[in-house]
Design a protein around this ligand. Structure first.
Ligand SMILES: *Cc1c(COP(=O)(O)O)cnc(C)c1O
Length: 425
């Protein structure tokens, strides 16, 4: 343990039931023994975070260019979010929806106003927001569109990622996500992403909703053709179908707007938010829509013990205020231009394709040079944390609070890794 330095942090102190765990190797050994292997993390054990930076148990610093898949849009240890959390922790943290709590009305009002809709249905995780959207759409389909009982269909896009529940993996195309978890929930039609004609062909009298990510995150930051969402809107209007935008990852600032749908001026019927809505402090998700849609859910028909809890509402309200008053949307746009200009320069230099919108990019590395995982490991050695998605694609989504200087430094490291790989180093 002589090569490690104590951070004086609770997690590494003797009060930890597993005893003092300080070095990276010790920590990973215990984690691999006692946690299920449902992830394959990079060998970095984070102990502290501040802004766009995190520090590991050995005192090494890393630029966090993943930001918890956009859950950390406002950065680590954000003083405004922490102050709001501390204030609420000292008052009341959970009441259940059996009663009102004094944070609830201000939160749902603020979020509905931010999104331009009438109502909010509060949940916790992104997957729960998606499940809620599916339930609302089905019930709306039966009650409003008069779809025959149990025949409702929902059209979804290939390459989607909407979460990990049994129903959601039922319409995943990723064998890792769905394989071995059947029997699958029926009622979904999968058509290629970005192809509005395919959606039009899949919609019929049984269709309650079209559910899409305005930009596909896990698929590798796939930005659809500019007319895709507007055409989905037209199809949904024509066929009396709800358009549901899963903005769990794309929303709340990542693309420089509250809703990624804004880039093409499209208004969805239901918006699903999550990740950044909890301010990086706890899971907070929400379904936002108008009363004629959300109104199909009546007391006792859907809910969650933790949904709309006072701490979640306090964080959600703070996030809404920060998006309204803070520099985050502008910064995401400004920094996004820097990032997207620079990643395009890597094309042909070890990168075969790169896409981006706002402060969010997918970079496809030449598969003959490296897997996405290799690249992530090399970047971690240089002090930059990113995550691969499929094959040789990495995704960049740094906190919106990153400085331009740090962003450029992180991209320099990517450039150096690509140079090393091309030189066979
Ligand atoms: C992350 C994600 C989800 C699932 O969110 P969880 O909080 O992990 O359940 C759903 N949809 C999209 C688009 C996501 O990126």
């Amino acid at each position: 343990m002589s090569n490690t330095r104590s951070l004086g942090h609770d997690a590494v102190s003797g009060s930890d039931p597993a005893g003092p765990v300080v070095s990276t190797t010790q920590h990973i050994g215990l984690a691999e023994t006692h946690s299920a292997h449902n992830y394959n993390p990079l060998p970095v054990v984070i102990a502290e975070g501040d802004g766009a930076w995190v520090t590991d148990v050995e005192g090494r610093r890393y630029l966090d260019c993943l930001a918890g898949y956009s859950a950390m849009n406002f950065g680590h240890h954000n003083p405004e979010l922490l102050a709001a959390a501390h204030r609420q922790l000292d008052r009341v943290t959970l009441t259940s929806r059996a009663f009102y709590n004094d944070r609830f009305a201000p939160y749902v009002t603020a979020l509905a106003e931010l999104v331009g809709k009438e109502q909010v249905l509060p949940m916790n995780t992104g997957a729960e927001a998606v499940e809620t959207g599916i339930k609302v759409a089905r019930k709306w389909g039966y009650e409003v569109k008069a779809i025959p009982a149990d025949e409702a269909t929902i059209v979804v896009a290939g390459g989607n990622f909407h979460g990990r529940t049994t129903t959601i993996v039922s319409f995943s195309e990723d064998p890792e996500a769905f394989g071995g978890f059947g029997p699958y929930t029926p009622g979904f039609r999968v058509v290629p992403y970005g192809d509005a004609e395919a959606v039009a062909a899949a919609v019929d009298a049984t269709t309650a909703a079209v559910l899409v990510e305005p930009v596909q995150g896990e698929a590798g930051v796939i930005v659809p053709p500019p007319d895709y969402l507007p055409r989905l809107r037209e199809i949904c209007d024509r066929e009396q179908v709800l358009l549901i935008a899963d903005e769990v990852q794309s929303g709340l600032g990542r693309t420089g707007t509250v809703r990624a749908c804004e880039h093409t001026g499209v208004v969805a019927d239901l918006y699903l938010f999550g990740k950044a809505l909890g301010g990086g402090i706890l899971p907070v998700s929400a379904v936002v829509g108008d009363a004629d849609v959300l109104g199909v859910i009546r007391p006792g028909q859907h809910g969650s013990t933790f949904g709309g809890n006072p701490l979640a509402c306090a964080m959600g309200s703070t996030v809404v205020r920060m998006l309204r008053e803070g520099p985050y949307l502008d910064d995401a746009r400004r920094l996004g231009e820097v990032m997207n200009t620079r990643i395009k320069e890597f094309i042909g230099n070890g990168v075969v394709a790169a896409r981006g919108i706002g402060l969010w990019a997918g970079v496809d590395v030449d598969a003959s040079l490296a897997t996405g995982r290799d690249l992530c490991e090399r970047l971690a050695e240089r002090g930059v944390l990113v995550k691969d998605t499929h094959g040789s694609t990495i995704r960049l989504s740094p906190p919106l609070v990153i400085t331009e200087e740090d962003l450029n430094w992180g991209l320099d490291q990517l450039g150096e890794v690509l140079t090393d790989l091309r030189a066979g180093r």
